[in-house]
Design a protein around this ligand. Sequence first.
Ligand SMILES: *Cc1c(COP(=O)(O)O)cnc(C)c1O
Length: 465
Amino acid sequence: MKTIIEPFRIKMVEPIRMTSELERTEILQRAGMNVFLIPAQEVLIDLLTDSGTSAMSSEQWAGIMRGDESYAGATSWYRFEKVMHEITGMPYILPTHQGRASERILFELIGGPGKVIPNNNHFDTTRANIEYSGAEAVDLVIDEAADPNNLHPFKGNLDLRKLENLITHYGPKAIPLCMITITNNRGGGQPVSLENIRKVHQVTKDYGIPLYLDACRFAENAAFIQQRESGYADRSIREIVKEIFSLAEGATISAKKDGLVNIGGVLLLRNESLAAKANNLLILSEGFVTYGGLAGRDLEAMAQGFQETLEKDYLLYRLRSIAYLGNHLTQIGIPIVQPTGGHAIYIDAKSFCAHIPPYQFPGQALVCALYRYAGIRAVEIGTLMFGQANETPESIPKERMELVRLAIPRRVYTQSHIDYVIEALGEIFAKRETLSGLKIVSAPSILRHFTARLQEITPTNPPRN
Ligand SMILES: *Cc1c(COP(=O)(O)O)cnc(C)c1O
């Protein structure tokens, strides 16, 4: 059989509210053309993020009931610790409330002024935690990553030549660790090959620099290695995952992604004295070492989620469902970042809305059209997100991509939901010249995309019905 089906059946349903285009036009107006300001109940299909939006399994819910809420040494903690140790081989396992808490503890210990920390691409919170410590965060992803049409199978790879140059320039003493993000979220959810991880490990080891992983999507990355890297087709996902972690001195993980839970995180360490210091910081702000910032029931759900995420059928379905959306959009001529990554599809809005210049936010124009036309919530990753308040139409960097991300929550939507998304995008694409650019009415000076209010340059007429 060629058809890959969802490897689960549905036991509990959550209704989604149908709205009319007229209603949505008004809702969007009220929200200042910013989908972050729309209440979730007014959204039909929510593709804002894959973080913390997974559907839990019946076994995870059973774990929620089983959760041992003892302050110290809870049964749920021992189960979680055992599972994470088996999967990763790491000796020191620290539970945290989410990924950024793990990052804060790690960089408080090893960051600081004068330090430089390389990565393929630092995720926003990783960069923020490094910079907050006074250190510098440097992105060293391969050049192929910047070209949406380049079909390199591992576009998340870290450039070894750039890494050598960085080490020569700053000296190994200034570099307390090198990170690799798997999959590379900021670079479109693109995977990193095991060959690349091994080579980075070799280079850094020669200079005495430990290698750490930002491993939020390690299962999806391992599945890509199994599918795309020669020599791994017959290796199990668990073996590949073990091999990845065997090359690392530690890892930060947000369990809200591949962990298949709605909240949770982990810090993994190999070094005993560093782990002792990290435990002190953990107690200071997260909680005692056997629960971190979590309830016992959360640890149960994570222990179960991290095992389910490594199941072959689940990962096959997961990567295939992203590729399904990407392939159908490509077939109807919609430009997307190729090849499809692990958790989202990125539409190239510069080319989709070629008539809207970057300073009029072509990505946001498409995000608004998707919501108004079909009730779908996506997110702009372009000039609204990254632009500066003092930018002029002329000073916007030409190489900046204007993307719209459709992130796919895990196990939440069925194929017919995705077919609906494809149809909606096809119909918007057919009348793309009618989309209007936008201008900012009000915005804060930092992280403006969350709360900015905008206005259409040419107001779209409400639909006649
Ligand atoms: C989500 C994410 C984080 C931060 O995790 P939170 O749980 O949101 O704090 C760090 N790195 C990457 C690559 C992520 O995707």
